[in-house]
Design a protein around this ligand. Structure first.
Ligand code: PEP
Ligand code: MG
Length: 602
């Protein structure tokens, strides 16, 4: 039966595919695609684990049989019997084999997927006794997962590539998802939540779209989704409970709607919309090599936001004239390990990554933002759990985190300064609010330089920038402009902190308003003051890539926009059609309006 789930649109376009539910197991499992030639090995891993668990259960049963009724109640023997039955159940092993051989899931993923399917069947049972067997099944699967730990043959698999719209990518070099990968249907990802680190794992994978139950429009999960350039909906609340594994799903990333089990008529309608979208992308692709200049001759800088050095290829391809925001924290994420030292990338590893980004941009400038973890970007699941009862958005985040751990910060600073010997790097500091933070940061940068000098290591000059993300910073610009060469407005956080709206919380997403007069005032004043003092200023929050704001920002005097590469061509089209001379007066009227959104629309 067809039904729809509503959420927040975060990445445009239409995706149609079979649902892949990523369930959160009590054991953290890796999700990756294996190669077709690894199917047998993967099935074998499950078989070996099943035999080992069966033996384990037999031993337990024998021990129980030797105990008296006081030491081992009768129910225990019965329970172990149930576990044996569940372990040998064809529904479990058959399903696991199916996901491995038909969808190329790694064994752990296949197991948790099948667990979820059977668990839902248990949930629907009338009989309370049978319903409770779900917990037993979970225990059996956990035993299997424990047994399989450390037996994975492929530790860093290369995921199959996903299909891209051919029209949008006329010089795309072979992005056919099916060729050689053994997956012949488009897949869409459905999850309760995905951490930014999970998202990185899924980046450049086969998925044609994705949906999460939680998250706001500018949550970091949504941001990474946008960088994947696939249709996505977040904040869809119950989607992961309502959608079943392998259901056909349409994701409408423009409207924020997820249609499950669509009828042939609906499928045809969305198929048409999808082709229209592909054509539009094809048309935009022709603007790639056109300089971004307004009708009245104003040159506009369109820069890229990236998460990984490898993203520079997409940035260059999209026609970016530099990187305006490299969110370096993604280099630090998802590296769980027993010791902190091995978890964080060392100076050499970071240096190599920053150098790759510089080289990837082929002489164009790269703005590297120092680590911004905390809030909805935990380093790993352990720190995520620790934050549960705090208010992480107001806590130890970004520069506060760096200043609290100077050794870690200095390591990053040295790596960036060393990479600056290979090309133009701008060093950007996130979340500054206090003059004391500025002082400490600047003296640590000096110290990092001195350390490199003392070691005789080559390093380069960098331009220094600060992010304006906290209203306190936007209201004390003169302090910032005394010390920095440029400012970059992080509207995602500036909106969050101005309006007291958690950007990751879908329940208040309707109040997260980029066009709020207070937000626009802070943005406008920052642009004006920087221009007055001859300092560089750009916007690198999601607002920069939203075509609904391009004209306004141009009218307010902005000439540098940094956004996901996938947004560059659409924004460029707006720039090419704009006349800044005419936009200035209009922008002023928007700024002075009580209802800027209405004034903009009118
Ligand atoms: C912002 O806050 O607007 C920004 C660009 O930084 P991030 O989204 O990574 O917090
Ligand atoms: Mg920010």
């Amino acid at each position: 039966m067809t039904f729809a789930v509503h959420g927040l649109p975060v990445a445009r376009g239409i995706a149609i595919g079979r649902a892949v539910l990523v369930v959160s197991s009590r054991i953290d499992v890796a999700h990756y695609f294996i190669k077709p030639e690894e199917i047998e090995t993967e099935i074998d891993r499950v078989r070996t684990a099943r035999n080992a668990v069966a033996e384990e259960l037999v031993k337990l049963q024998a021990n129980v049989a030797q105990m008296g009724p006081n030491d081992a109640p009768h129910e225990l023997a019965a329970l172990l019997e149930v576990h044996q039955m569940l372990l040998q159940d064809e529904a479990l092993s058959g399903g696991v084999k199916h996901w491995i051989s038909e969808r190329l899931y790694n064994a752990e993923w296949a197991l948790t997927t099948q667990l979820e399917i059977i668990a839902r069947q248990f949930d629907e049972m009338e009989d309370a006794y049978l319903r409770e067997r779900k917990a037993d099944l979970e225990q059996v699967v956990e035993r299997l997962l424990h047994r399989m730990k450390g037996t994975a043959a492929v530790l860093a698999p290369s995921p199959p590539r996903r299909k891209r719209a051919a029209a949008a990518d006329d010089d795309s070099d072979n992005d056919d998802p099916t060729a050689g990968d053994g997956i012949d249907v488009p897949l869409v990802l459905i999850a309760h939540d995905l951490s930014p680190a999970d998202m990185l794992q899924f980046k450049k994978s086969v998925f044609a779209g994705f949906v999460t139950d939680v998250g706001g429009r500018t949550s970091h999960t949504a941001i990474v989704a946008r960088s994947m350039d696939i249709p996505a909906v977040v904040g869809a609340r119950t989607a992961s409970q309502l959608v079943r594994q392998d259901d056909w799903v349409i994701i409408d990333g423009d409207a924020g709607v997820v249609i499950v089990d669509p009828s042939p008529i609906i499928l045809a309608e969305y198929g048409f919309k999808q082709r229209q979208g592909d054509l539009e992308r094809g048309r935009l692709a022709r603007l790639r090599h056109k300089p971004a200049v307004t009708l009245d001759g104003q040159r506009v800088e369109l820069l890229a936001n990236i998460e990984m050095p490898e993203d520079t290829a997409g940035a260059v391809k999209a026609g970016a004239v530099g990187v305006g925001l490299f969110r370096s924290e993604f280099l630090f994420m998802g590296r769980e390990s027993s010791t902190r030292q091995t978890r964080l990338p060392d100076e050499e590893e970071q240096y190599q990554a920053y150098k790759r980004a510089v080289e990837g941009m082929q002489g164009m400038p790269v703005t590297i933002r120092t680590i911004d973890v905390g809030a909805d970007k935990p380093l790993d699941s352990k720190s995520a759990n620790k934050q549960e009862h705090l208010n992480p958005a107001l806590g130890l985040r970004a520069i506060r985190w760096s200043l609290a751990d100077p050794a870690m910060f200095l390591t990053q600073l040295r790596a960036i300064l060393r990479a600056a010997a290979h090309g133009e790097i701008h060093l950007l500091i996130p979340m500054l609010a206090h003059a004391s933070e500025i002082r400490q940061t600047l003296s640590l940068i000096d110290f990092a330089r001195t350390e490199l000098d003392n070691r005789g290591v080559v390093h380069g000059q960098v331009k220094l920038g600060a992010m304006i993300e906290i209203p306190a910073a936007a209201l004390t610009l003169r302090i910032f402009l005394k010390h920095f060469d440029f400012l970059s407005i992080g509207t995602n956080d500036l909106i969050q902190y101005t309006l007291a709206i958690d950007r990751a919380d879908e329940s208040v997403a309707h109040l997260y308003d980029p066009a709020h007069p207070a937000v626009l005032r802070l943005v406008a004043d920052t642009i004006t003051e920087c221009r007055r003092q001859g300092k560089g200023v750009s916007v690198c929050g999601e607002m920069a890539g939203d075509v609904a704001f391009t004209r306004l920002l141009l009218g307010l005097g902005l000439r540098s926009f940094s956004m996901h590469p996938s947004r560059i061509l659409a924004v460029k089209q707006e720039v090419l059609r704009a006349d800044t001379g005419k936009l200035e007066a209009w922008a002023k009227s928007v700024l002075e309006s009580d209802d800027p959104a209405a004034t903009m629309a009118g």
